[in-house]
Design a protein around this ligand. Structure first.
Ligand code: BGC
Length: 946
């Protein structure tokens, strides 16, 4: 009642102030309303530039700005934006005064609050731009200007680089992994430093120090791209690290992906056999003078304590060889060598589009124990990726060895055979001058267990700390259900993502692979976007997908492509190469990112053209190399004859799917002719698919789960055969009692079942605890997703050591179903990025509650339900400036209440209606609390709305 009164009062107030203005044209209304200074209940917050908060050093020439609306009124519903105004200024002061603006968008009558491109004059290299935004809500009420945000441009053209590439002039054998070079120079600054930036990159990896302090908090810089085409540089604010007078800069170089060992074929020097450095420090003095300190012939080089550091193999470090003070002024660089100035290109330098790789969290070990074989092992309690920080004290020259493993074998012994050729070993030689703490530099390990040898004193859980390292993406969801096992599954999926998003999406983080496998990334991308904000991460990686794409349109198996060699392209597998189409589309859906479609369009179309050529006149793609339904359960079982899905079927299905997505992309981009052409192609492929693989009675291919999953998920069958095929699939699932799918079929299986009304079968698969299933590894103690359904078999023995990763996210793609169907948070393709949200949970499988919230570009959407007896309770949160269609399952219109009242005339709710067995309604933003009585279960066979 109180609430109602205050609402009435405030709307009366707003109305009385607005009434006199109603006769005015829109623009004027807003201006006047602003002058009248109505106490605003609207706020704008969460300002992002190109998905980043106040980014330094970007090179997007028309950066996109996004913001979120917040209502200060408790329980306000239906908040929308009717207009916005953005202003951009060269300084904070000018921004706040609204003077000398670089750009003023003026009042833009638009509901768009994300992805709005800067529209002012060309942006200048190295310049910082401050911006803020204000908005008007649906009633024309204005917000205050938001708190300021900024972005800063990087170096936009090759000619902005005045520094020279330099290479240490040291005796080296590039066929082996040798000591890591150190490089340094000193410089004088004559004046008070007002502002300073360092721009840096390298051939190999680098770690930079200024005056004895680490520059920035990023690791594995400059990241991994297709180096010959694109090399990232980082921008650092180093103002506070510099001082008037003597200064010094020091840089460590590591082999990394550039010239270290990479790939399972034991290749080295893939991009070059010399490490190099390019650094440019721009100093602006208080009196306005500017100075550049660059990499040039004045640097010196040597080697030091890092005797070996390689991505796969670990690091060997002799602390006795440290050079204290080497990055400080006054250090005597006696015996240091000179450097060579090299004439490498600079036109491939780019600012990072993705998030930097950082140390994101620390893990305290569970326990220290001795294995039956006598190893002393630290158990981190979590299969993690990064490294172990070692604390030790002892005599100089003592060596502590850390070996890393993911699992113990069935006897409880340390097991490393699945690492293949990756040594994952850190050797630390003590300097012996008191307590020592060590972290390796240019290597990472995938591990839960650390076997420690040579430790000095008593090894305890305090001696080792797990340092978790990955691309620093914002966590995007909270997820909790009434099932502990499913919560652990979600935990495992999340840790699979943490472990394998390290500047590129990798298949695994431990064996001699760790490559950007396209199929794995494609399969997992939608789940990834629920768990974390992956927009910038994939924006970056997709650029390399396009650049590494072969001339004929085929896409490499791994990106960056380190598997192809001259004349021997490694790519073109269906479901792997389709990444070129699938991920851009998923990013468009999840983030409303139209630009990613524009940017990738050519690459997407090239891939589909390739498929078309390979399929030929009959539109059936047969005969080429494909991975097929990789690691399907059925493929490891001789007693499941015919249970393997043919590669021709898979290839033709993905050919159709990519064509379909491309056709939709063309429509989104307004390319009508292309859209029509691809739609026509799609209908031909569908016909061909049915002719070749589908019988009149709805049998698809070899009658496998994957065959049905693909045909139904991609809508390849004629309408009348869909329920028939779905029924066949459901029967097959019931007959087996479990899934038989691999990488390709697994992500779609539950979707197809629930979509066609076989929710019980989908939940049965999800909840199954015996092998093969998602929960079998969970029951076995897994803390990440395994590569194979039976990585560790029920008898405790392991799968084939040559391919048995315990941290492979592909099967984690079930996460998408848990978000989209269990919690029911779904995207409307017609209003992507959650501008219009579908909230349509489908309870089942003995779950009594599922609570999920997801941070979208607009704010948090949540769907939390509980089910007891016949009562279904659903709490929904819809972010400001979006709307939702809520579907309450299995109930009748008269049986639904919201916040204790019947649906008619509830604020923020409209068009409540019976839709088959559900009640559907429309909401504006806000929080809603529904209670409904559940009636009979849905009838299988009819597809539920997507
Ligand atoms: C990787 C994969 C990848 C596959 C290709 C494996 O070695 O680990 O996950 O997709 O090769 O089939």
């Amino acid at each position: 009642m109180e609430y109602l009164k205050s609402r009435l009062l405030s709307s009366a107030l707003v109305l009385s102030l607005l009434l006199p203005l109603l006769a005015l044209p829109m623009g004027e209304t807003f201006a006047k309303a602003d002058r009248l200074k109505i106490e605003s209940t609207l706020r704008v917050a969460g300002l992002l530039t190109e998905y980043k908060e106040d980014p330094l050093g970007i090179d997007v020439t028309r950066p996109r700005l996004s913001w979120q609306l917040k209502s200060l009124k408790a329980n306000e519903r239906g908040v929308t934006q009717s207009a916005y105004q953005v202003r951009v200024a060269p300084s904070l002061r000018e921004l706040q005064l609204g003077k000398h603006l670089v750009w003023d968008s003026g009042e833009v009558h638009s509901g768009d609050s994300i992805q709005q491109a800067y529209g002012g004059p060309p942006l200048r290299s190295g310049q910082r731009y401050y911006w803020q935004v204000r908005v008007w809500n649906g009633e024309g009420q204005a917000s205050e200007w938001s708190a300021p945000a900024y972005w800063e441009m990087g170096l936009l053209s090759a000619s902005d680089w005045k520094a020279s590439w330099i290479e240490p002039d040291l005796p080296e054998d590039p066929s082996k992994s040798g000591p890591a070079p150190m490089m340094r120079r000193e410089f004088k600054l004559n004046g008070v430093v007002e502002n300073a930036r360092a721009y840096a990159t390298s051939h190999g990896l680098y770690e930079m120090q200024l005056n004895g302090q680490r520059v920035g908090d990023e690791v594995f810089t400059p990241g991994w791209t297709s180096y010959t085409k694109r090399l990232q540089y980082q921008t650092y604010d180093v103002t506070r690290l510099l001082k008037s007078g003597d200064n010094a800069v020091g840089v460590l170089l590591g082999n990394g992906w550039y010239r270290g060992r990479i790939g399972f074929e034991d290749r080295r020097n893939v991009y070059g056999d010399r490490l190099g450095l390019l650094v440019q420090i721009r100093v602006v003095y208080r009196d306005g003078r500017e100075e550049l300190i660059t990499s040039d012939q004045n640097w010196k080089a040597t080697t030091g304590p890092i005797l070996m550091s390689e991505i796969y193999n670990g690091e060997t470090y002799d602390a006795r060889l440290e050079k204290p003070g080497w990055s400080m002024p006054g250090f005597v660089a006696a015996g240091w060598s000179s450097v060579r100035v090299a004439n490498h290109r600079k036109d491939n330098l780019v600012a990072p589009a993705g998030p930097p790789v950082r140390k994101t969290q620390e893990v305290r070990p569970l326990k220290v124990f001795k294995t039956p074989a006598g190893d002393t092992v630290v158990d981190m309690g979590q299969n993690m990726v990064g490294w172990a920080r070692l604390k030790v004290q002892g005599p100089a020259g003592a060596v502590v060895t850390l070996r890393h493993a993911e699992v113990l074998d069935k006897d409880g012994n340390f097991y490393t055979r699945n690492l293949r050729g990756a040594e994952q070993t850190v050797r630390y030689t003590l300097k012996g001058d008191g307590p020592e703490t060590f972290e390796p530099h240019f290597t990472f390990q995938g591990f839960r267990y650390v076997a420690v040898d040579g430790y000095q004193g008593e090894l305890t859980t305090a001696s080792i700390t797990g340092v978790v390292v990955h691309s620093d993406m914002r966590p995007a969801s909270e997820f909790e259900t009434s099932s502990k096992l499913i919560n652990q599954l979600q935990h495992n999926i999340l840790w699979g993502q943490k472990g394998n998003f390290l500047d590129v999406p990798t298949d695994c983080p431990q064996r001699d692979e760790r490559l950007g496998w396209t199929g794995d990334a494609q399969v997992f991308s939608r789940t990834a976007a629920f768990n974390m904000d992956v927009a910038a991460f994939f924006t970056k990686w997709l650029k390399d997908v396009a650049l590494d794409q072969f001339e004929n349109g085929s896409v490499p198996h791994v990106v960056p492509d380190v598997l192809s060699s001259p004349g021997k392209p490694a790519g073109g597998s269906a479901a792997w190469s389709d990444v070129a189409v699938i991920i851009p589309w998923n990013m468009y859906l999840s983030y409303g990112d139209k630009r990613i479609l524009e940017t990738q369009y050519q690459s997407m179309a090239k891939w589909v053209e390739y498929e078309r050529r390979r399929a030929g006149d009959d539109y059936v793609w047969d005969g080429d190399f494909h991975f097929g339904d990789w690691l399907a359960f059925a493929s490891t079982r001789a007693d499941y004859p015919g249970a393997t899905t043919s590669k021709d079927l898979i290839a033709t299905a993905f050919f159709a799917h990519s064509t379909d997505l491309l056709q939709r992309t063309a429509q989104v981009l307004g390319k009508q002719e292309d859209a029509a052409r691809f739609a026509e192609l799609l209908s031909r492929i569908k016909k061909a698919f049915c002719r070749e693989f589908v019988t009149e009675t709805g049998r698809v291919g070899e009658d496998t789960q994957t065959a049905y999953a693909l045909a139904l998920q991609f809508d390849l069958l004629p309408d009348e055969l869909r329920p028939v095929a779905a029924k066949r699939l459901a029967e097959e699932v019931r007959r087996r009692g479990h899934l038989t799918t691999g990488f390709v079929g697994t992500p779609y299986l539950c979707h197809v079942l629930s979509r066609y009304g076989y929710l019980d079968e989908a939940y049965m698969l999800l909840n199954r605890e015996e092998y093969p299933s998602w929960l079998y590894p969970v029951k076995t103690g897994a803390t990440t997703i395994w590569e194979r359904w039976d990585g560790q078999k029920p008898d405790g023995s392991f799968q084939d050591k040559s391919m048995n990763s315990f941290n492979h996210y592909a099967y984690g793609a079930i996460g998408e179903w848990m978000y989209r169907v269990m919690a029911g948070i779904e995207i409307d393709e017609a209003a992507p990025g959650y501008k219009h949200i579908l909230i349509q949970p489908q309870p089942g499988g003995r779950f009594t509650s599922v609570k999920v919230s997801h941070n979208t570009m607009y704010g948090t959407v949540s769907s939390g339900w509980t089910l007891s007896d016949d009562k279904f309770e659903l709490v929904v949160e819809v972010p400001a400036n979006t709307r939702a269609t809520v579907r309450l399952p299995r109930t009748q219109l008269g049986n639904v209440m919201e916040s204790g009242q019947a649906l008619t005339n509830r604020p923020g709710i409209s068009n409540a209606r019976q839709e088959g067995e559900s009640v559907a309604l429309e909401t504006g933003s806000g929080r809603y609390h529904f209670i409904s009585e559940v009636t009979k279960p849905a009838r299988p066979g009819a597809p539920s709305p997507r």
